[in-house]
Design a protein around this ligand. Structure first.
Ligand SMILES: Cc1cc2nc3c(=O)[nH]c(=O)nc-3n(C[C@H](O)[C@H](O)[C@H](O)COP(=O)(O)O)c2cc1C
Length: 205
């Protein structure tokens, strides 16, 4: 599918056919694409917890303000972001010359080691880019999706046994729509959201 078609076809879908399942092979096909997402220092902050068990999905729905798509979709994917990913630089760059690894590791420690805010920001950035890739990959492979933040992070972390060094950044529901897609929701005009040269500059006409 053309990228522009994927972007146009992706909608946040809230009603799913609960009889449709998603196989390990489909998940593998999706995630083979998703893991090509970019991340700072290639630290790949993401871990995806995929819930397909009906009981677990019901529990997640309860932790997600009762939103029905969580219970009726084929799979709930919790995109988790790693807070201490900077401690894994040497693992990611193994095989590279020591002077290169030492330099990259030094820069990463300088940026993240003493800043919980930067660690959290990067966990969220990395996981969010992966979540976007997941939603586009799903569209490309004939699935519907929806990104969600309406859930209790502590309850979801407990249900999915997410360790303390990860945060549940975004829930993505995947499945087959059980109805008509709503018309494309409105977008702010380009001249308001694209500014030339400075934030205060002219909007793109
Ligand atoms: C980070 C994020 C959180 C969202 N949380 C929810 C949610 O909890 N429940 C929901 O129904 N939709 C949620 N949405 C969907 C948005 O409402 C939707 O993306 C927006 O209205 C634009 O519509 P579209 O995705 O169909 O283009 C979320 C989207 C994003 C990106």
């Amino acid at each position: 599918m053309e990228f522009s078609t994927i972007v146009e076809n992706r909608h946040s879908i809230k009603e799913y056919d609960s009889t449709v399942t998603i196989s390990d092979a489909q998940l593998k096909s999706l995630f083979d694409t998703v893991v090509l997402s970019p991340s700072a220092f290639n630290l790949q902050h993401w871990t995806f917890v995929v819930a397909r068990d009906p009981t677990l999905k019901q529990e997640l729905q309860a932790a997600a303000l009762g939103q029905p798509q969580v219970g009726s979709c084929s799979a709930v994917v919790m995109v988790c972001g790693r807070l201490d990913a900077h401690t894994g630089v040497r693992e990611v760059f193994q095989g590279a010359p020591e002077e290169v690894v030492a330099k990259i590791d030094g820069i990463a420690q300088h940026i993240y080691a003493n800043s919980e805010q930067m660690q959290r920001d990067e966990a969220i950035r990395g996981a969010t880019l992966a979540a976007m890739s997941l939603m586009y990959a799903a569209t490309d492979q004939g699935l519907e999706s929806g990104g969600m933040i309406g859930y209790d992070p502590a309850a979801v972390s407990s249900l999915l046994e997410i360790p303390d060094n990860y945060i549940p950044v975004m829930m993505v529901v995947l499945g087959t729509s059980n109805g008509e897609a709503a018309p494309r929701s409105s977008r702010r005009p380009l001249d308001e959201v694209v500014k030339l040269e400075k934030f205060s500059g002219t909007g793109l006409a």
